[in-house]
Design a protein around this ligand. Structure first.
Ligand code: NZQ
Ligand code: ZN
Length: 391
């Protein structure tokens, strides 16, 4: 196991009716003026915005709203938010929604203190030193941003979708998580969210670091629990216990609990970000297309962890042939994503008949370098092969 530091100060308030505590939570973290950030209107339709506003009102907190964050959030909304924040001077940003809303809130939170363009942080030109505290009311279990130190934004000029990872300042102060709030999700979003959290676990599981049994077993257990629970949830979207298990899993899948002390691999995510940046597809659905292809490639080039996954999680018997078992595992996972979650597992099913693979691959390596390090070193030829396997 490698050395590590782990700083995860988020207070999670989980369960039925917890959104009513939002005013008190804001006060607890010293808020006096609040900027609310939300998406395209699901929280208006569900009545959540009214409930949150009432709780903030009862706490005597003045608010300003930034609405209209879109899935695969974009830089222009961040600029709008920074301008609004500079005028209003909030000392807490409250994100009500999912990854896109939370990531926008985090981008505003760091951009607020910076004289230059906030985008500098996302392309490694500058490092943020401070951020306005962020609080969350989560409405979709997927990206894990409620517990992560990450934010991902798309630049509308360059079409680059890039992430910033700063756990010391970007993990939210608190996250309110009521599984009931996720019952209004369309099945597609529920399933895409589940796929995303599975990918977050797998990106950590695919590691060459040895003697990381705790991380491995946590990851395997979570994947098994997700697969078991998803079947119940897809059959009955109003199953509270299934919603609750999936919601909590989305958080621990991405708050680093299962990646401590090990090398991680974020190359499937980087490859997916090119797809959602160019074609504006749902992130989890893009992963359902890329991940099986990535595992298939790994079965040939570095099969040991894929075979372990196949044996321990996917019910593949150990034949003694690592490559063969790994490939069987990759195909079984692909089949499960398609059959249980109704996810697209190739570009065509994702609705992209003729993806511009050259364009995505060129942008990918421009952003990530000639060789992408991780579970397997990937040059442009390797990533192109993976994209082709996903056709
Ligand atoms: O905008 P509204 O109207 O609220 O609708 C949203 C949106 O259309 C809808 N929705 C959310 N909660 C709902 C609901 N509809 C009905 N009922 C509810 N309770 O769901 C749609 C998707 O929302 P979004 O926030 O985009 O989903 P998600 O949480 O999957 O976030 C995806 C974004 O997060 C990034 C992805 O790349 C993508 O841009 N990621 C962020 C990460 C991080 N910060 O750590 C890590 C991830 O790997 C990921 O890259
Ligand atoms: Zn993700």
């Amino acid at each position: 196991m490698n050395n590590f530091t782990f700083y995860s100060p988020t207070e999670f308030v989980f369960g039925r009716g917890t959104e009513q505590q939002v005013g008190d939570m804001c006060l607890k973290y010293g808020a006096q003026r609040i900027m609310i950030v939300y998406g395209g209107g699901s929280i208006i339709k569900s009545g959540l915005l009214d409930k949150v506003s009432a709780s903030l009102d009862a706490a005597g907190l003045p608010i300003i709203e930034l609405k209209g964050v879109q899935p695969n959030p974009i830089d222009t909304k961040v600029y709008e938010g920074i301008t609004l924040a500079k005028a209003f001077k909030p000392n807490l940003i409250l994100a009500i929604g999912g990854g896109s809303v939370i990531d926008t809130a985090k981008a505003i939170a760091v951009g607020y203190y910076y004289e230059g363009d906030f985008w500098d942080f996302y392309i490694g030109k500058a490092k943020p030193q401070q951020a306005i505290p962020v609080g969350v009311v989560l409405t979709i279990p997927a990206a894990g941003s409620e517990g992560s130190g990450n934010t991902v934004i798309t630049n509308t000029t360059t079409h680059v979708k890039a992430g910033l990872r700063q756990p010391m300042i970007l993990r939210p102060k608190f996250a309110i998580m009521n599984p009931e709030l996720t019952m209004t999700l369309p099945a597609w979003q529920t399933a895409s969210g589940i796929t995303d959290m599975m990918a977050h676990i797998l990106e950590r599981y695919l590691s060459n670091t040895t003697d990381v049994q705790i991380g491995d077993r946590l990851a395997e257990g979570m994947l098994m629990a997700i697969m078991e629970t998803s079947e119940k949830l897809m059959a009955n979207p109003n199953d509270y216990e299934a919603r609750a298990n999936i919601m909590w899993c989305g958080t621990i899948a991405h708050n680093d609990t299962c990646s401590l002390g090990r090398q991680e691999d974020w190359n499937s995510h980087a490859m997916e970000h090119e797809i959602s940046a160019e074609y504006d597809v749902t992130h989890g659905a893009g992963l359902a297309v890329i991940f099986p292809a990535f595992l298939q490639y790994a079965s040939e080039h570095n099969p040991h962890k894929v075979a372990q996954l196949a044996h321990r999680v996917l019910g593949i018997a150990d034949s003694g042939n690592v490559k063969e078992d790994a490939l069987k595992g990759a195909l079984k996972l692909k089949e499960w994503l398609h059959n249980t979650l109704n996810m697209p597992v190739n570009f065509k099913q994702l609705g992209i008949e003729n993806p511009d693979l050259e364009l995505m691959n060129t942008r990918l390596h421009r952003l990530k370098g000639e060789i992408m390090q991780g579970y397997m070193p990937l040059d442009a030829q390797a990533t192109m092969e993976i994209y082709r396997l996903a056709l």
